[in-house]
Structures are given as C-alpha cells and as structure tokens.
Design a protein around this ligand. Structure first.
Ligand code: G3P
Length: 219
C-alpha cells in the first residue's frame, strides 16, 4: 500500500518524507487555501515546490466544472512537473475529462467519491486513482471502510486497474482499516500517519532495555 500525505503544508510534507516511507502527496483547493496560497501563479509555484520535494505522484485539483475548462487546467497542471496527477471531481463533465486524460496519457485522481457506482464509472473512464472520502462518509453515520471493501471487491472481480486511494482519513485506525479493506493507497494528514508509530509497550520496553543496559555498564 502506498502512503500519500494529504496536505499542502511544506513542513508536514518534509516531516513525513523524513520517515522515508512517503510515496506521494494529495492536495485540494481547501488545503491550498488553508496554507494561504492564492492566485494561479502562486498556486502553480506551490505545486512545483511540492513536486520537487516529493518524487512520487502529487495530486493537483482542477477548479473548473466544465469539460473544456478541466482539460485546459489539467494540461496546464500536468506541465508543472512530470509527477503531477490531475485531480478531477466525480461529476458528469469530470467523467468525460477522466476519459480524455486517460487517452492522452495524463494521470488522474477522481475525487469526491462516495459510492460504488461512482467508483465503477471512474474506473471505466480510466482514472489512475479513485478517492473515496471515508471520513466524510463516517461523518453522516455511514461506513467509509465498508465502501473501500465494496470497491476493492468490484475492482478485483472486474480487473479494473484504477488504484483505490482511501481519502478523508481522520484518525490512525482509518489507515489500518483501509489497508485491511484493500486500499492501494492511503492519503492522510500528518497526525494520523505519525500515530501509526505509537504503542505504550514500545515506550515501556525501550525504557527498560536502556535502563538495563545502563545498569549493567555501571557495574
Ligand atoms: O483527500 C481528500 C481530503 O482532503 C478530504 O478530507 O478531512 O476534508 O474530509 P476531509
């Protein structure tokens, strides 16, 4: 399973990268806005910086909601760096755009996915990645992880090559459950990602090892 970080914050990206296990980055317009990055020039510059920092796939989202606009934006985004993946919303015009990008060898990430039907459509259109938003599904008391399982089962039966990218991850257990449910990729903010490290018995065990070593050396 690939590990992406879901942020536009350069410090968080650097910290996740320093672990040596970072495969890519996902962003969205809300995450860019959170960093205070506005205006197309600044936004594109920021994508370039992220792409230079992380050699893996970096998702950059289109703002247009019409086919022509998505294609125009997607082409411009894909020229920023070879590792740009064009993020396209799961709407009618988006499906047409996914198909066009797939026929023109531009990688895509189909975003705002909340159902297995949408997942089938995106795979049919040749999306590289599919982003079901598991946290937002949990928010309305449905089961985000169950959706990952359902999509993984359908994709395996149908032989679809689209990679399932579990998005809208809110806590560490989401990452573990997404892995078990068959996600090919998770994209997580820094905190849930770093949460994978934690276990109190590791801390207790390490303290004891070091104390025993110190005591033996002092003899
Ligand atoms: O990758 C999509 C993700 O950024 C959405 O997360 O927490 O806003 O639902 P959230």
């Amino acid at each position: 399973m690939k590990f992406f970080i879901d942020t536009a914050n350069l410090e968080d990206i650097r910290e996740a990268k320093s672990l040596g296990i970072l495969d890519g980055v996902t962003t969205n317009p809300s995450l860019m806005a959170k960093e205070g990055i506005t205006g197309q020039d600044n936004i594109y510059k920021h994508y370039k910086t992220i792409c230079e920092l992380v050699p893996g796939d970096v998702s950059a989202e289109v703002i247009s909601t019409d086919f022509e606009g998505m294609i125009r934006e997607g082409k411009a985004l894909s020229e920023i760096a070879p590792n740009i993946v064009v993020k396209v919303p799961m709407i009618k015009e988006g499906v047409k755009a996914l198909k066009w990008f797939s026929e023109n060898d531009i990688k895509t990430n189909c975003t705002l996915v909340f159902s297995a039907g949408q997942a089938i459509l995106a795979a049919k259109a040749g999306a590289t990645y599919l982003s079901p938003f598991i946290g937002r599904i949990d928010d309305i008391a449905w089961d985000g992880i169950a959706l990952i399982e359902e999509i993984a089962e359908i994709y395996a039966i149908q032989g679809y090559e689209t990679e399932i990218l579990a998005a809208s991850i809110r806590h560490t257990l989401h990452i573990v459950d997404a892995a078990r449910a068959g996600a090919d990729v998770i994209t997580s903010p820094l905190k849930p990602l770093m949460g994978l490290l934690n276990h109190p018995l590791t801390d207790v065990g390490l303290s004891k090892f070091l104390a025993d070593h110190k005591a033996a050396e002092a003899k």
